[in-house]
Every structure is written in C-alpha cells, then in structure tokens.
Design a protein around this ligand. Structure first.
Ligand code: FAD
Length: 395
C-alpha cells in the first residue's frame, strides 16, 4: 500500500471530515492524513439523515461554547471552505430554538438561561403573554415560559457541510480511501495498523475513531468497550396548509420538536427510554414505525391548532450514536491506548459540534493540549471513572 499516514481517520462523515479539514488547515501540523470511509455515498450515515440544526441552549458550558463556535463557523463556511475562490453553500439559515417549559420544568429553564448568558449566548426568556404576542399560532395556556434563541441557532444542509469539509480537506492534501477497517493491530499500549476489508493492511501513527453509530465496533477491535450504541430516530416531513409565520425550532415539554424546512415542516420525538433499544447498524434496518405519527399528530395539534389540517408528506429514519453514560461527546485519546483518539457519542448533537470537534482534535494532535476551548471534561477518563457529565434537560 502507499505511504503510511501520520493520522488515520476512520469514518469520513461530518466528524471525520471536519477533523481532517482542521488538521490539514493547521499550519503547525505537517503530517499526512488519510480518511478511510466504507460508504462514500453516505446513504445511511448519521450526517446524511440528520435534522441538521444547531442550538446554543444547553446546560453544559462546553456544549454552549462549542455551538457558539459552530454558528460562527457556519456563518462564514463559504470563506473557510472555499476552493480556488469557489465558496460552498451550506444553506445555513439562522433561526432560534424555542424551548417551552411548564411550571414543573421552569427552574431548569431558568438555571440553563443563566448559564447560557454567562457563556455569551443570545437568549431571551419569554412569558406566556410574550410568547402569544410573538407567535400567535402557538397554544400557551399550559406554559410557564419559553426560552428563545436570538442568534447563533438555526439549521443547515448537513450533506453540503460534509461535502464542503471533505472537498476542502482533499484540496489541502488529505487522502480519502474507500475501504472498511475490519481489524486493528495493537502492540501494548499502541495501535500499529488497520486491517481493511480489501485485504490491505495500513500502518499509521495515530488513529481517530470517527465511525459514528459504529464507533463501539471500532473500539472493540482495539479491545475497548465504548459505551456508545446506535439508536434509531424517525423524522416526519409534514405539510401544513395554514401559514405559521416565523416558526422557530420548537421543543415542546412533551419532547416533541418541529421546525420549518422549505415550505414544509420536520417533526419528531425522542422515544421513552424503555422503547429505545440498541440497534445493529448493519442488520437493523431504518424501517419506519407506522403508528408513531399517530402519537405525534395530536401533540402537534395541541401546541399549534393549525396543525390539525396537516398532511404527512414522508418520513425517514436514521441511526445516531448514543452515549449511554451521559449523552455527551467522548473526545480525545484513550488513557491506555494512547494513539487512539475518540470523537464519538454525540447523542444527537454531532452535526452542530463538528467544527468545534475538528478544531479541538487538530489542537490535541498537533500541540498535545487544547488551545482554544478546553474540552477535557469530555475526555475518556470520565467513562473509565464512571463520572457522567450530564445535561440538565428541560424535557
Ligand atoms: C434523525 C437524526 C437527527 C439528528 N439531528 C441532529 C441535529 O438537529 N443537530 C445535530 O447537531 N445533530 C443531529 N443529529 C446527529 C448528527 O447527525 C450526528 O451526530 C453526526 O452526523 C455524526 O457524524 P459522524 O461523522 O460521527 O457519523 P456518521 O455521519 O454516521 O459518519 C460515520 C462514518 O463512518 C463510516 N464508518 C463506520 N465504521 C467504519 C469502518 N470500520 N471503516 C470505515 N468507515 C467506517 C460510516 O460509513 C459513516 O459514513 C441527528 C441524527 C439523526 C440520525
């Protein structure tokens, strides 16, 4: 096989491609980067099937700051990722999230609001009367407040972002290899080579696990038990004949969400924990649960009476990489297998975190430490010590 890469990124979705781009763009990094991707169509990748939205409304300061950087990056992606003066269009539409709270969840909403303001987020708490005035189509009778993002939130074209990272990385010298890593050779506390489905063997200096919902399989090849599992999420595309002006991405107290997508809306709901089994990304298909929409529709119509007249256009399902310990990212090297770096377990917020993760990994790999945003609380040590860093969720 050709030259040995200094960094082998395993998985070329939005995370792997962001890592490759930020490494290649870092002037102090002068190594060779190869990305190995088993399916360059990305047909069943999390990235291609994402709802592709970004919020600054988290409770963990690191997550808030990662999204603030993400929003700034998305706004200027055309400049950062242009090739020979040609700017990609990732269709970033800046529009707020609106988290709705009942009396019960109000203390969490308020506590998160203060953390968000401390981190520099642009958010406003609205009373039910203010909500009614701003969003006359919204039912507010059961609500105590809403938290609205005033900037730094919105949605984008996830596939366009992935391709923009990838093409820019290639233009900077990164090699993409169509193959699948099926084994990892370990000597003591280091990995030395990847065995590929093609039969080739690829030696490398350092490997990055960017395998999305397959991340635990890759970790198992190195003898590690990564607490990340594939979970299925279903997204409905709906058409509403009545106008719903200036609709943000609404998060209902029931866990339902909806947001505009062109002239339609996207909507979904996270399943209850006891109805959210681990999936096998190879054998568990992405078939749809026909009865799910029957659960969602009344919730939609309860919150927005105009949704009474909606029509289901289509639906799709995707797997996302769920961190079973605390639903937050796992980032950086393993304490024992020192040249295996993790970028896994984003649990539904990896797309928006891709710029921050790419930058963070390029810093760790190039300098041995974080330079801009300290993400060490998301390190692998917390997994070994069983010390979760959980989000305080309103729903
Ligand atoms: C329905 C849904 C809605 C979502 N909504 C949002 C949202 O609104 N906002 C947000 O921020 N995030 C959202 N997410 C999550 C987000 O899409 C993911 O966190 C993100 O795309 C993860 O990117 P990734 O590169 O880690 O994974 P992927 O995109 O899955 O890429 C991993 C790649 O690794 C490859 N691979 C795996 N194993 C190997 C191997 N052994 N050898 C070679 N290649 C391998 C795979 O083929 C795949 O292409 C959502 C996800 C889903 C499914």
């Amino acid at each position: 096989m050709s030259e040995k890469p200094d960094v082998l990124v395993i998985g070329g979705g939005v995370i792997g491609s962001a890592v490759a781009y930020f490494l290649a763009a870092e002037p102090a990094f002068d190594g060779r980067v190869t990305v190995v991707e088993r399916d360059p169509t990305y047909a069943t990748s999390s990235t291609a099937l994402s709802v592709a939205s970004i919020r600054q409304q988290f409770s963990t300061p690191e997550n808030i700051r990662m999204s603030l950087f993400g929003a700034e990056f998305f706004r200027s992606a055309g400049q950062y990722l242009a090739i020979d003066g040609e700017a990609p269009d990732i269709a970033f539409r800046e529009s707020g999230y609106l988290f709705l709270a009942t009396e019960e969840s109000l203390p969490i909403l308020e506590s998160n609001h203060h953390t968000q303001l401390d981190c520099g987020a642009a958010v406003a708490l609205l009373t039910p009367a203010e909500l009614r005035m701003r969003f006359p189509w919204l039912a507010v009778d059961d609500l105590a407040a809403g938290s609205l993002g005033l900037a730094n939130e919105g949605w984008l074209d996830s596939y366009a972002l992935l391709q923009a990272f990838k093409q820019k990385a290639i233009s900077l010298g990164v090699r993409y290899l169509r193959d699948e890593v099926v084994g990892l050779a370990r000597q003591g506390n280091r990995l030395v080579a990847a065995e590929l489905a093609s039969g080739d063997r690829l030696e490398f200096g350092l490997a990055v696990n960017a395998a999305g919902p397959r991340a635990n399989r890759l970790a198992a090849m190195a003898g590690l038990d990564l607490p990340v599992r594939a979970r299925k999420r279903i997204v409905h595309v709906i058409d509403c004949p009545q106008p719903i002006a200036d609709c943000p991405l609404v998060i209902d107290p029931t866990g339902l969400y909806f947001r505009p997508e062109g002239r339609n809306f996207l909507s979904g709901i996270s399943p209850a924990p006891d109805q959210d089994p681990d999936q096998d990304p190879d054998s568990d298909g992405l078939e749809l649960a026909n009865d799910l929409f029957e659960t969602i529709w009344p919730l939609l119509a309860r919150r927005v009476p105009a949704f009474e007249t909606l029509k289901l256009v289509r639906a799709w399902a995707g797997h996302y990489a769920y961190n079973t310990l605390d639903q937050n990212a796992i980032l950086g090297p393993h304490p024992e297998v020192e040249n295996l770096y993790f970028t896994n377990g984003f649990s539904g917020h990896g797309l928006q975190q891709s710029p921050a993760v790419g930058r963070a990994m390029s810093e760790l790999i190039t300098f041995g430490s974080y330079r801009t945003l300290d993400l060490s609380r998301f390190g692998y040590e917390r997994i070994i010590e069983n010390k979760p860093v959980p989000e305080l969720n309103v729903v």
